[in-house]
Design a binder for this molecule. Structure first.
Ligand SMILES: Cc1cc2nc3c(=O)[nH]c(=O)nc-3n(C[C@H](O)[C@H](O)[C@H](O)COP(=O)(O)O)c2cc1C
Length: 210
């Protein structure tokens, strides 16, 4: 497949340490794996021993415009391999620092599934912070690397989520990736959204409500 024909090349870095037990991410992954213009890269599958190949990862980043960190929310953060990936791949002089310009201008955002319901992720809620608030280290990491950090796509309340709801999230996820790939993301609307899928019609160009 020649991904150069697309407006944006998208790299999905997927991380789930127990994917064989997954319910929700399994449905999401099934829907986006193989979408033209989207490179799906499963980090735990590629590096079960955490022996991350820095050169391969940097080449992948270089060859894409948009980077998606797709993972279940674990302890209010990413699964461990995504931290290892940051620590090893985002090298000084490459990703940041006076000569580190490799990621400049690229877009970064998370696709997250959470056990907790949306109302728990509010200042006054059970978890005391929003998902966006919990993602502050990634937000600033993106800033340091000259990337644009967007609000996350979130599927809340996974514990008792019915299959129809998983499939609806999966369809939205695919729709979002296709829109970004085709240059139909309304960046201003995306930046101001609490999560990208809170009003997907608004963040996708030409689909806004009048
Ligand atoms: C180790 C671990 C930590 C978790 N931490 C959180 C958390 O901090 N917040 C939350 O809302 N859910 C948390 N969960 C629930 C997962 O996010 C949830 O099980 C997952 O998103 C479901 O996706 P799956 O069906 O693909 O596994 C945690 C689950 C595990 C196993």
């Amino acid at each position: 497949m020649d991904s150069t024909t697309f407006e944006n090349r998208i790299l999905v870095l997927f991380a789930h340490p127990a994917f064989q037990k997954s319910r929700v991410n399994k449905v999401l992954v099934e829907k986006v794996r193989g979408v033209p213009g989207v490179t799906f890269h499963d980090l735990y599958e590629a590096y079960p021993e955490f022996d991350i190949d820095i050169q391969i990862e940097q080449n992948l980043l270089t060859n894409h415009d948009v980077v998606v960190l797709h993972h279940p929310f674990f302890w209010y953060s990413t699964p461990a391999i995504l931290k290892e990936w940051q620590d090893l791949v985002l090298q000084h002089g490459w990703a940041y620092g006076s000569t580190g310009n490799a990621l400049r201008g690229k877009i970064l955002f998370n696709v997250v599934t959470t056990g907790g319901r949306e109302e728990a992720y509010r200042d006054e809620g059970y978890n005391r912070f929003t998902i966006r608030g919990f993602l502050a280290p990634l937000d600033q990491t993106a800033r340091l690397c000259g990337m644009q950090f967007l609000p996350p796509f979130v599927a809340h309340g996974t514990h008792h989520m019915p299959l129809e709801e998983m499939e609806a999230h999966a369809a939205d996820y695919r729709r979002l990736l296709e829109a970004i790939r085709d240059g139909r993301l309304d960046l201003d609307s995306a930046r101001s959204a609490s999560r990208l899928n809170s009003d997907l019609d608004r963040v996708i160009n030409g689909q806004g409500r009048s």
